[in-house]
Design a protein around this ligand. Structure first.
Ligand code: FAD
Length: 399
């Protein structure tokens, strides 16, 4: 039997062919994102980092290009693009500022969850404003006592007439206090199937926020606890059915993981480019650093590993777009690999700068600080291995 394999450019049936080139439309999207990020993000990223500024106006401009709801449906107000296009966009935005691009990726994930699993009324109420970023959104799963074991979450939503009354707290919420919409996973019953997904709007009585966390990186976006104290939301804010919350949260994370991986690649690419320039400009022992073969080999390994990571991200994206059974495991592989490789590449880039790499002014240390957390959130890289290993052992997975 002949194989059918999808190139990035479309579906080819009948012959075994893999086309690694982007289509014309995908290249245009890439150029659009690249020119936007170099104009609207790169010149300001260091200042956002330094002053912990959340660039909401810039995000709205990004949304005017469709970047606020990249894979939300067009009828909901989204760009209606695929996951591959999303990763292309996030790589470009993160090349300028991984922290801000990552906030946007979380917003896209939350917006998609409402668009995908919400009913018509909910979609009309929220989705187009999410896509334009008139409303910004946060994803609320983690709790102080439920991190990697997210299904053990304890924040309770008790039904009271036509409302839910929520009590508990979420930890580490990106955009906590600045976002307008909190897509929250809460307990309405026992076990994994006792988790439901509720939208809580900022300004709802009983919704509060903890202090802004002081972090190693990701300074352009706030992180805080989200606290529910008899917080009453209408039953009409339930996304999907009662008990669907964990599945919805995990579906959101498949795409979120690809996007975070793409953000890592974007940041590492910039660090790699800076290192390449630096070793050509800097002279030691009477010769440019770039003339030392040990350093040439480093650069060769860095670009090779980044390219491999990008390919895995794109494969995961295609599998998710095609709804393939093993999409989740490929998303986990891609996230694990891309975020580890990108952090390593960034660290090598810093090393190639010598002492200058350690200075704020050179920009590489900011990227390193931003990329570190990608190995931890949206499921730690250990949890990615748990997902992959579980799949291998259950399905006798072959490559
Ligand atoms: C800056 C930042 C932003 C974040 N943003 C959000 C957000 O917007 N929304 C949200 O819901 N969450 C968010 N998180 C939370 C993040 O997803 C969690 O921190 C992460 O899932 C890990 O949970 P934990 O911190 O409780 O670590 P733990 O689960 O306590 O893990 C500690 C260590 O043990 C390892 N470990 C745990 N279980 C296993 C196991 N079974 N096998 C092997 N190793 C294991 C972990 O990999 C880790 O290395 C954010 C976190 C940070 C730091």
């Amino acid at each position: 039997m002949l194989w059918s394999i999808y190139p990035y450019g479309g579906l080819v049936v009948g012959i075994f062919t893999v086309d690694f080139e982007l289509t014309e439309e995908q290249s245009e999207i890439q150029m659009l994102a690249r020119s936007f990020s170099s104009r609207e993000m790169a010149p300001f990223a260091a200042e956002w980092d330094d002053k912990c500024t959340f660039p909401s106006q810039m995000l709205k401009k990004a949304a005017s290009l469709g970047f606020g709801g990249i894979y939300c449906s067009e009828d909901g107000g989204g760009a209606g693009l695929g996951r591959l296009e999303a990763t292309i966009i996030f790589e470009e935005l993160a090349a300028a500022c991984p922290s801000t691009a990552a906030y946007l990726s979380i917003h896209n994930m939350a917006a998609w969850m409402v668009d995908q699993f919400g009913n018509d009324k909910q979609r009309r109420q929220w989705v187009s404003n999410l896509c334009s970023m008139e409303l910004m959104s946060s994803y609320c799963l983690t709790e102080p006592n439920a991190g990697s074991d997210a299904a053990s979450l304890q924040t309770k939503a008790r039904r009271d007439g036509s409302d839910y009354v929520i009590n508990g707290s979420k930890a580490f919420i990106s955009g906590g206090s600045v976002s307008d919409i909190y897509v929250c996973m809460v307990r309405t019953g026992e076990g994994e199937n006792g988790i439901s997904c509720l939208v809580v709007e900022k300004g709802t009585k009983g919704l509060g926020f903890g202090k802004q966390e002081k972090k190693m990186g990701w300074h352009s976006q706030p992180t805080s606890a989200v606290i529910f104290d008899d917080c009453r939301v209408p039953v009409t804010n339930l996304i999907g059915n009662e008990g669907d919350g964990f599945k919805i949260a995990m579906k959101g994370l498949d795409g979120g993981r690809l996007n975070i991986g793409a953000c890592s690649i974007g940041g590492a690419r910039t660090a790699y480019e800076a290192a390449t320039d630096h070793v050509q400009a800097r002279t030691q022992f009477g010769a440019p650093l770039a003339s030392f073969q040990a350093l040439q080999f480093k650069l060769a390994d860095m670009i090779t590993e980044l390219e491999a990571a990008r390919l895995l991200i794109r494969q995961g994206s295609l599998k998710l777009d095609l709804g393939q059974m093993d999409a989740t495991v490929y998303c986990a592989m891609a996230k694990r690999f891309a975020t580890d490789v990108a952090f390593k590449v960034c660290n090598e880039a810093l090393q190639l700068h010598g002492g200058y790499g350690y200075l704020h002014e050179y920009g590489v240390e900011r990227i390193l600080r931003d990329l570190r957390v990608h190995q931890i959130l949206e499921g730690t890289n250990e949890i990615m291995r748990v997902i992959i290993a579980r799949h291998i052992l259950r399905s006798k997975f072959n490559v």
